[in-house]
Design a protein around this ligand. Structure first.
Ligand SMILES: [Cu+2]
Length: 154
């Protein structure tokens, strides 16, 4: 069964792209809340949108900071604590939000050039091998989250 299907796929790439490609996982609404103190880490947030196939977020890289970790805030008997997480499931056709009070990126040592430009890019590593390059708006300390669906302000 597989061989004839593959030949068909090679012969009609445009038709397949138009109607048959599985929807990929993607990430948007990325933003960073800059720490008011250079010695403490900043926090990053975003929304992951699951494609047709479940995958996992396995890590986040950036050239614009010293270190990035994925964290999760949890309530331990009234005290909020956070811990590092190594992987986050992104189920098919789902939305997974990293948002204030929950999962977040912890970002150490954001470089001054990125801060003055007001944005930085991250590479999100997925378990399926995809690497997603996503721009994040850098919000000054105390600034609200950018509104979803609106273009980034500079
Ligand atoms: Cu944290």
């Amino acid at each position: 069964m597989r061989a004839p299907l593959s030949l068909f796929a090679l012969a009609t790439p445009f038709a397949l792209a138009a109607c048959g490609d599985p929807a990929p996982t993607y990430i948007d609404q990325a933003w960073v809340r800059l720490s008011p103190n250079k010695d403490t880490p900043s926090a990053g947030y975003f929304v992951a949108h699951g494609g047709d196939t479940a995958t996992q977020l396995r890590g986040v890289l950036t050239d614009y900071a010293l270190k990035v970790e994925m964290h999760e805030s949890m309530d331990h008997g009234g005290t909020m604590k956070m811990q590092k997480i190594d992987a986050v499931d992104i189920p098919a056709k789902s939305k997974v939000a990293f948002a204030p009070g929950g999962k977040h990126l912890m970002i150490w040592g954001i470089n001054d050039t990125a801060v003055s430009r007001g944005k930085m890019s991250f590479t999100f590593l997925l378990a399926n091998g995809d690497r997603l390059l996503v721009d994040a708006v850098i919000q000054k300390p105390g600034a609200p989250a950018p509104k979803a669906g609106e273009p980034a302000e500079h």
